[in-house]
Design a protein around this ligand. Structure first.
Ligand SMILES: [Ca+2]
Length: 505
């Protein structure tokens, strides 16, 4: 680890201390201001854009501040919020500027991909409140929410101070496609919407949440419905409140911090809600870590500032959720999963159906590790006061035989998947396969990912494959991907089915 990284990790300790009590809410004081939509959560856009603005810009609608707003003049002016991933959207909450004095005329349209839209509501605001007020409609899958303004009872301006969406986990397309839409307005795009190739669960056979089995196969993609512990139906036992030891592990204090520590090779963890991180053999050093099998568990990682989970050679993690702290949505100033014994390149670990989120860096994958059918999302992008200038879903710095197969990954301000050799004496990067992944571009806090996949041309030992991945078409700082000369880069596409070219690094 570089000195620079050690520096910002130290900074993150302070952050965790500050946010450890409750953590930031998605909506904070805005949570209970209007009618709750039962079964849904209020979510702010991660970014917003407008067709037109005066000095009041689109980003002001998700700053949790009623004193700032977006304003666009004229009938048909649009404000579009990006929720960051596909949800089942059952309503919107709009706070209109001077909403207690005038009635706004508007429509709401939804989209999975940002290009095909379905209008779900046309009508007026209450005219009685300037706070967030709910508008409901027939729920459907969407990542993008567009408000189309048609002026108000006083003039032709459209001004919104805050925007939210009521969201629930996205069902498969079969549950929320055209059939659900019957009867909503102006829905010419419904069929095309549900059939878009790239979204998690978009195809007809994507399946419903699966209590025991795997994620639907390509060309569907993993999401929250088939990853982590939740879809298994397990009831978790809290560590340390309900349980303080088990086969090959014990809860104890290391360096003043409560951790679950792996104490013998072959340890098994199943059905656990772990309040802290998982250390291995007394620390977070992959070179001395032991084999562990973790299934159907949640690692909250509260209080950690290094790695949430350290895996030794031969480890297996299946149906595990990592990150999010006490409330599941607090950013942890740390790295998610350390896998790959870079000094020996003999890790041989397998990670399947992991839901990994709200950390600085998702996986540190440094040799002989397969990561498959997993959902990695909500890496920090300026969400923390501590420096987080190097954030990605996966970072590979060394090692042979790493595979990333059929995962959904979004967020990160360097690349979503970032491969950069760490230098001698680390083993060269070879036998790296990045295939059938869904790479989502998120623009957040004026940051974005330069690349979906970036394999730098240094420390490369050969046999690099970047194939059959599906990329968002827009939103990248540089492009969908780059790889060294000699790499195999066939079959990569954008969400609209057109070819995504991987450039040469
Ligand atoms: Ca605002």
């Amino acid at each position: 680890m570089s000195k620079a990284q050690q520096g910002w990790l130290f900074g993150a300790v302070v952050l965790v201390a500050l946010t450890g009590c409750g953590g930031p809410e998605l909506d904070g004081p805005f949570d209970a201001e209007d009618d709750q939509l039962s079964g849904y959560t209020s979510r702010a856009p991660v970014s917003a854009m407008a067709s037109t603005s005066d000095a009041n810009l689109a980003r002001n609608v998700h700053d949790f501040d009623y004193s700032t707003r977006w304003s666009g003049q004229g009938a048909g002016a649009t404000l579009t919020g990006d929720l960051g991933e596909v949800f089942k959207v059952g309503g919107v909450r709009i706070a209109w500027y001077q909403g207690n004095l005038r009635v706004a005329h508007f429509a709401v349209a939804l989209s999975v991909d940002g290009s095909t839209w379905s209008t779900v509501y046309t009508g007026d605001s209450s005219g009685t409140s300037s706070a967030l007020r709910t508008t409901t409609f027939t729920a459907r899958r969407a990542r993008f929410v567009k408000i189309v303004g048609y002026g108000n009872s006083a003039n032709d301006w459209n001004s919104i101070t805050e925007l939210r969406a009521w969201v629930a986990p996205a069902p498969a397309a079969a549950d929320a496609g055209p059939a659900v839409d019957a009867g909503t307005t102006v829905d010419a795009g419904a069929a095309a919407d549900a059939g878009a190739t790239a979204d998690a669960g978009a195809t007809a056979d994507a399946g419903t949440p699966n209590p025991s089995g795997g994620c639907a196969a390509w060309p569907a993609f993993p999401d929250a419905n088939c990853t982590g512990y939740r879809h298994t139906g397990v009831t978790l036992k809290r560590v340390p409140q309900d349980l303080t030891s088990g086969p090959g592990w014990v809860w104890r204090t290391i360096g003043g911090e409560g951790v679950l520590d792996i104490t013998s090779a072959g340890a098994t963890l199943d059905g656990l809600d772990i309040q802290g991180p998982v250390y291995n053999n007394g620390g977070t050093d992959a070179r001395t870590a032991l084999k562990v099998t973790i299934t159907r568990s949640l690692i909250r990682c509260i209080g950690e500032n290094n790695f949430c989970l350290t895996l030794g050679p031969g480890s297996v993690a299946t149906d595990v959720e990592v990150g999010g702290g006490a409330d599941g949505k607090t950013f942890i100033g740390t790295l998610g999963v350390l896998t790959g014994n870079w000094s020996k390149a003999q890790a041989l670990s397998t990670i399947t159906r992991m839901n990994l989120h709200h950390v600085v860096q998702g996986f540190r994958q440094d040799g002989d590790t397969l990561i498959q059918d997993s959902f990695v999302h909500d890496m920090t992008m300026g969400d923390q006061p501590a420096p987080d200038g190097h954030s990605e879903c996966v970072f590979v710095s060394a090692g042979a035989n790493n595979s990333l197969i059929h995962n959904t990954m979004s967020h990160g301000n360097s690349a979503v998947i970032f491969v950069q050799y760490g230098g001698s004496p680390n083993p060269l990067i070879s036998g790296l396969t990045i295939s059938q992944n869904r790479l989502i571009a998120v623009i957040h806090n004026n940051q974005n990912s330069s690349w979906g996949v970036s394999v730098e041309n240094k420390g490369i030992g050969g046999n690099i494959k970047v194939t059959d991945n599906v990329f968002d078409k827009t939103g990248w700082g540089a492009g969908p991907g780059q790889a060294p000369p000699g790499s195999t880069t066939t079959g990569n596409k954008y969400t609209d089915g057109t070819t995504a070219s991987i450039g040469q690094s």
